[in-house]
Design a binder for this molecule. Structure first.
Ligand code: NAP
Length: 332
């Protein structure tokens, strides 16, 4: 079977940001590389935007190994843009479709990226393709935590730690959309932002012990907690998770993004249903998230859009751990 194409680049190379070895931000370099070809079941996307995630930093540093250690390695998990070419066996998309979703972990910091068709969905019509790149990885993570693992139900109370970050800002919205009372733990400067997203209450984790503050208002404890705070430099951040769990009622549900097995074990010994979320692609959930954005029940908070060439600056901001919502690279 031949692949179908309209918008293929005239030239055979493209502008990317790639690393030539694991390490610091100085490894990120604008690099001219061959345009990849879509294989079986894959799509070539003309990239408009690439979301920047903490995991991109971990891949750059070599803490998370994706890409089989081959260099140059183009970073970027979140992709949004226009289908330029479809590989064999892709009935779901045609050249010209505006899609968003996940690469296989790398490749989106580039003018063209290949992604499995099964990882993509049509992007929300109501936002531009650069902003759409902010949604896939954190939106899917929040979906898998709030809807699938915690199964948050109407009338429940849910505490979200790291509520103003990428995952947290979607988790608050999804919990509120399901009729739950969402409590967001974040810095005081983000309190109004969280209320706009639908949080019923906020707690300044920098000023107060979160468990104590939540228990003061909810003596029986909350039904569920998503711990979505980024691990601090050189630490796991699990102390934060264990402390915040004091806000959860006896037998309540806890989902974490980064906690170690040992920490999950401690939480289970304390009587909680504790689970870790490991995000996976899910085109149906992406389509659902697109629908929510278009009907106005989910907003996509973007802290900053930077040009592709400023990927190192984006990593610096992400590493600082204080980004409100998402960072996106614009690849136009
Ligand atoms: N397991 C998975 O599948 C999965 C998927 C996605 C992400 N993750 C991981 O989950 C973590 C969060 O990801 P993200 O993209 O949401 O990160 P992010 O957007 O970089 O998070 C930034 C936010 O974290 C908040 N924060 C920092 N330290 C905090 C603390 N001690 N307590 C509460 N909030 C704190 C900050 O809030 P303030 O500025 O308000 O203080 C800031 O808004 C990262 O480590 C990421 O690698 C895992």
């Amino acid at each position: 079977m031949r692949s179908e194409t309209t918008d293929r680049p005239g030239e055979n190379t493209m502008r990317t940001v790639a690393i030539d070895g694991y390490g610091g931000r100085d490894r990120l370099a604008v690099t001219e590389l061959p345009v990849p070809r879509p294989g079986n079941g894959e799509v070539l996307v003309r990239v408009a935007g690439a979301g920047v995630n903490p995991v991109d930093v971990k891949i750059r540093e070599g803490q998370v190994r994706i890409g089989q250690g081959k260099f140059p390695l183009v970073l970027g998990w979140d992709v949004s843009g226009t289908v330029a070419e479809v590989g064999p066996g892709v009935p779901s998309f045609s050249p010209g479709d505006e899609v968003y979703g996940l690469t296989e972990g790398t490749g989106a910091y580039a003018e063209y990226a290949v992604a499995p068709a099964a990882n993509l969905a049509l992007k929300p019509r109501s936002i531009d393709p650069v902003h759409a790149a902010a949604l896939p990885l954190v939106g899917l993570t929040a979906w898998q935590a709030i809807v699938e693992k915690l199964q948050v139900a109407e009338g429940e109370t849910v505490l979200v730690i790291g509520a103003s970050g990428g995952v947290g800002s979607f988790a608050v919205q999804l919990a509120a959309d399901r009729g739950a009372r969402a409590i967001g733990a974040a810095s005081a400067r983000n309190s109004d932002f969280l209320k706009e997203l639908g949080a019923a209450e906020t707690v300044d984790y920098r000023e107060r012990d979160v468990a104590e503050a939540v228990r003061a208002a909810h003596p029986d404890g909350v039904d569920a907690m998503l711990d979505a705070h980024p691990a601090p430099d050189g630490g796991s951040g699990d102390e934060t998770t264990l402390q915040a769990a004091g806000a959860v009622r006896s037998g309540g549900r806890i989902a974490t993004l980064t906690a170690a097995d040992e920490t999950l074990g401690i939480l289970r010994e304390r009587g909680f249903e504790a689970r870790r979320v490991a995000v996976r692609s899910n085109a149906d959930a992406l389509a659902e998230l697109s629908g929510m954005v278009d009907e106005g029940s989910l907003s996509v908070p973007v802290a900053e859009v930077l040009p592709l060439e400023e990927a190192a600056r984006a990593h610096e901001l992400s590493e600082g751990g204080r980004v409100r919502g998402k960072l996106v690279l614009s690849v136009a």
